[in-house]
Design a protein around this ligand. Structure first.
Ligand SMILES: Nc1nc2c(c(=O)[nH]1)N[C@H]1C(S)=C(S)[C@@H](COP(=O)(O)O)O[C@H]1N2
Ligand SMILES: [Mo]
Length: 179
């Protein structure tokens, strides 16, 4: 009993003393995202499950290196199956009737753990980056597991792909930033 307690304390203090570069503990299972809600200034808000994403025009692809903001390698995705974020937004239909309305739109991708990243209409629809912004549900030939699923997003053409690699994606919010 005492010995077990000692072992637990030692393990705890070792963890506390772990250097900042050591691997993060595995995420809790309850981060898992089960559906993607498309909300905000859209004509048809959507709730998409993996089965619904499979019905949209596929954007499948090959290798993506996931690089952290500091340049470290996080992982290499060898293949993925997904959908372009643009095609999801087109299904929901952006509510932007004025000639200049789309140019004021921010598209925010959110995750179950509170993580969020920002895109703009200009980036998604009028720049090379847009082609590579993918909502995906399969990686390396398998459904996404609790480490980043069931749904995730990546911006494949980013210089460092880690920051806008959104694990456990559960929301796409379209917001008009200025009137
Ligand atoms: N949901 C969610 N996704 C996330 C993060 C996060 O904290 N939550 N961190 C991001 C960052 S900053 C990086 S660099 C990549 C790689 O994360 P990893 O270091 O855990 O592999 O995941 C990204 N995706
Ligand atoms: Mo990062």
């Amino acid at each position: 009993m005492i010995k077990t307690l000692f072992a637990a304390c030692t393990a705890a203090s070792l963890l506390a003393a772990a250097p900042a570069w050591s691997a993060a503990p595995p995420p809790a299972r309850d981060n898992m995202s089960h559906a993607l809600a498309v909300t905000g200034v859209v004509e048809t808000p959507l709730t998409l499950k993996v089965a619904d994403l499979r019905q949209l025009p596929p954007a499948n692809g090959g290798e993506i290196a996931v690089t952290r903001q500091n340049g470290d390698k996080a992982e290499t995705i060898t293949s993925y199956r997904g959908v372009r974020l643009r095609d999801i937004l087109d299904k929901a239909v952006l509510d932007a009737p004025g000639h200049n309305d789309v140019k004021k739109l921010a598209i925010i991708a959110t995750a179950t753990d509170g993580y969020a990243v920002v895109f703009s209409w200009g980036e998604l629809y009028n720049a090379p980056a847009g082609e590579g912004v993918i909502v995906y549900y399969e990686k390396n030939g398998k459904a996404l597991d609790e480490n980043d699923g069931e749904i995730a997003l990546i911006s494949a053409k980013d210089i460092r792909t880690g920051p806008r690699h959104v694990k456990w994606l559960n929301g796409i919010e379209v917001r008009k930033l200025v009137e």
